[in-house]
Design a protein around this ligand. Sequence first.
Ligand code: AMP
Length: 270
Amino acid sequence: MAQEREPEKASLISIKMRAAQGGPHERGGRHISGEERIVREGDIEACLHEMLERATTHQRGKADFMNLKLQLVDMDCVVYKPMLDFSECVSRTAEEGRDVAVRELVAAGVTETAARAGVAAILALPDSMRGAMLLDAVTGGRVDHLGNRGVRVSNMDVADPDAFRRALAAKGLQGDHVREALVLASKVASGEGVVAELCWSDDPLYVTGYVGSVKNGYRRIPVLKQRNCGIGGRVFFVKPETDLDALRDYYEEQVVFITAGAKGYVTEKD
Ligand code: AMP
């Protein structure tokens, strides 16, 4: 198998996009889509083109506001974390999927009470949030106090796009949805104090979701919500003693590259 390359020390650029309908998010616009990549300088144009396409053709509606931020990445501040192992559960309906999600969360170390509270918290959302809710992995109580915004995980990408593509293809996987979800889930799982994550998409036609954890990897759940439902969400379950400020800072600020093909789970820069 080919050796995975570290990203070149040459300039890498972080590109972040968020799009809304009815004006900017901060003036009440409805969130349509968001994406971020860390790319080589030569790939900026292609990346911007893809982002524009995504914001104007999204299932949630056509965006009339788009915010783009480009920033040089300081390679000395980057850490590397491994991609979670991928495996698949069985579910044919949303109800079955939610039962599977609860089982998977419990297997990962969340109490059944907290697991059910997590599912209920996403189901109760009046519209999708931009970020994730943090729930206590024992009691199921919400601990982030960030309301409708939640915690937004940012500043991550694959360490080597080709190696990542090969690793996914070896599992019969392809496409942006899986890559993005695996990168995000791998960064989330690497957070200090996090037990597991529950996610299902807000894309109305994408009914698949997952439970992610360091313990059991990325457990894809084929059907976890009703078709044509435009509300999704994420819940991160944390140990009661977790330093929430440090965790939030790690999720929002720390630049993390996810490596595919790494053996085992490492917490140090490799
Ligand atoms: P998606 O998988 O992109 O359809 O997102 C599903 C839900 O996960 C969204 O409605 C948000 O609540 C949440 N979410 C999406 N992206 C992030 C992120 N970067 N960090 C935290 N939560 C997110």
